[in-house]
Design a protein around this ligand. Structure first.
Ligand code: CP3
Length: 362
């Protein structure tokens, strides 16, 4: 069988520490990047974004590539992450929503029943052509630094659509899930198709890895995750694996997912993102109780620790590195996104520290 065009055209970054670690090899140093590295902690980001609404910025190729490059230039991280948002494919496909500063995504007409689900549009590739153009520019500009593409997973997207905005308890979402399972599965099936299409566009344009964010999946019991979410997430991650000839690593992350780690891995992830609540060595033994095939993990410094002064940050960084040594590969990251008031110099220092301490151990 001949490989799809997107596989044969893929640039080869065989030595890039992020990709070596993601594939379970031994990188020259522990790779490090930060979720939400492109964003409000950087003064240059705030200047670039001035006067431009978030979602418009995400569809403007020049802005996307500039903002994506900013943390790479400043911190020397081992990966860029595309500047975008999990709700972008919904917005681009015609769902009326906005990102409200200080709140998050707000949906004009929430999805509350079968008719709303039936009316939900599917994403067409040309609606996110601006993203594809930005990715093509970025892979040329980034040289040896990998570009991570991303999307939101169906449960987290469904929560915003059903609740109409951010939610603490996800009560309407869970009510729909349990009272109208057919409507629920129709909704998640549609979201999975849109998400997979958005990731295919990014893969065609040249991203080197993808991360699927199911940020709020930790709100679910293992039973509900397995019944109502996993089949749809699996459809996406399997779809990415097939589409890329298994060449594009698939990172899967959620917050508060300690009890869901094996299920999230079994959804088709090749790298499991861990929040700060579960020490990496414990995550490794949960994912591989027999010690046969240590998993590749990403994480998990508590983003709030970055406010505690360098001695504390260094100590916690050392602990995370030590706990990551039992993994089959470790991509250093925070346990969730960079908080907006973080001092960016602390991020730069963490990158330097992770690089120097991990390189000297080889
Ligand atoms: O990681 C990166 O640097 C890439 C950019 C990125 C953004 N959003 C940019 C953004 C990524 C990976 C996301 C993903 C995202 N968006 C998630 C999953 C990751 C997570 O944090 O769990 C979620 C849940 C969203 C939804 C969303 N978008 C929220 C909760 C917010 C914050 C709202 C606020 O003001 O508090 C956004 C807006 C957003 N997305 C901003 C950025 C830089 C801030 C917009 C601004 O500058 O005003």
């Amino acid at each position: 069988m001949s490989l799809p065009a997107n596989v044969s055209n893929r640039r080869q970054l065989d030595e890039a520490p992020l990709l070596v670690a993601a594939r379970g090899g031994t990188p020259a140093h522990t790779p490090v990047w930060f979720m939400r590295q492109a964003g409000r902690s950087l003064p240059e980001y705030r200047r670039t974004r001035e006067g431009v609404p978030m979602l418009r910025a995400c569809l403007t190729p020049d802005l996307v590539s500039e903002i994506t490059m900013q943390p790479v230039r400043r911190h020397g991280v081992d990966a860029a992450i595309l500047f975008s948002d999990i709700v972008l494919p919904l917005y681009a496909s015609g769902v009326e929503l906005d990102i409200v500063a200080g709140t998050g995504p707000v949906v004009n007409r929430p999805v509350r029943g079968a008719a709303d689900v039936a009316a939900l549009p599917a994403l067409r590739a040309e609606q996110v052509e601006g993203v594809a153009e930005a990715v093509r520019t970025l892979v040329a500009e980034l040289g040896d630094t990998p570009l991570i593409g991303f999307a939101g997973a169906p449960f987290t997207l469904a929560s915003y659509l059903v609740e109409g905005g951010p939610s603490r308890n996800h009560e309407r979402t869970k009510a729909l899930m349990h009272s109208e399972p057919e409507t629920w599965h129709a909704l998640l099936g549609k979201l999975a198709e849109t998400t997979l299409e958005f990731l295919r566009v990014q893969i065609d344009a040249g991203v080197d890895a993808v991360q699927l964010f199911d940020s709020w999946a930790g709100a679910l019991s293992p039973h509900d995750y397995a019944t109502y979410v996993q089949p749809h997430t699996n459809r996406i991650l399997r779809g990415v694996a097939e589409y890329s000839g298994d060449e594009v690593p698939r990172i899967h992350f959620g917050v508060g997912t300690g009890e869901l780690l094996t299920a999230m891995r079994d959804s088709g992830a090749s790298v499991v993102g861990i929040d700060w609540r579960v020490p990496l060595d414990r995550a490794v033994s949960r994912l591989d109780p027999q010690g046969h095939q240590p998993p590749v993990v990403q994480g998990n410094l508590d983003p709030a620790v970055l406010f505690a002064g360098w001695d504390a940050v260094r100590g916690e960084t050392e602990r995370v590195l030590a706990e990551g040594r039992s993994a089959g590969g470790h991509i250093f990251n925070l346990g969730h996104g960079v908080l907006p008031d973080t001092d960016p110099d602390v991020l730069t220092r963490i990158v330097e520290f992770v690089h120097s301490s991990s390189a000297s151990r080889r």
